[in-house]
Design a protein around this ligand. Structure first.
Ligand code: HEC
Length: 129
């Protein structure tokens, strides 16, 4: 009798540990994957001047810069599908077309940390659904 009872307690404890591990992994996974809401805030503050409030790439700041290459609309699903998340992170971190002089798409590696970049990518992806 006693053994059965303690077995049950052990099983229950294992169950709790299992459930907690799943919850912790889910929360961590959410943070790693990037939050579109946090990304939207960053985009409004740092990207909308050129990429526009709607991400379509017609921000007012581009009028003066007149870049060699216009930004792609982030709502264009097939155009955005050509970029991997890694490529997007690279552009955001290191800046865009190196032949633009001065570079139109600035490097953000000193202004955004890796989590910010993941968040802003999650936001960009959310526009092209
Ligand atoms: C000063 C203007 C400017 C700002 C600010 C700016 N960008 Fe850009 N961005 C550009 C231009 C111009 C291009 C296209 C040409 C190139 O690659 O340089 C571009 C290209 C990109 C691309 C490649 C896909 C595309 O849309 O063409 C990504 C991704 C991108 N920008 C993300 C961002 C993010 C995220 C921010 C804010 C954190 C940001 N940009 C801020 C001007 C800007």
């Amino acid at each position: 009798m006693v053994t059965v009872k303690s077995d049950r307690i052990v099983m229950r404890a294992v169950g709790y540990i299992f459930a907690e591990t799943i919850i912790v992994l889910a929360i961590a996974g959410y943070a790693w994957a990037g939050s579109p809401n946090a990304g939207a805030h960053i985009a409004m503050m740092k990207c909308a001047g050129c990429h526009g409030d709607d991400g379509k790439g017609r921000g007012l700041a581009l009028e003066d810069l007149n870049p060699r290459q216009r930004p792609i609309s982030w709502t264009d699903k097939s155009a955005m599908a050509k970029f991997s998340d890694q490529q997007l992170a690279q552009i955001i971190s290191k800046g865009g077309d190196p032949q633009d002089n001065p570079p139109a798409m600035p490097a953000f590696r000193d202004k955004l940390n890796p989590q910010d970049i993941d968040d802003v990518i999650a936001y960009i992806r959310s526009l092209a659904q």
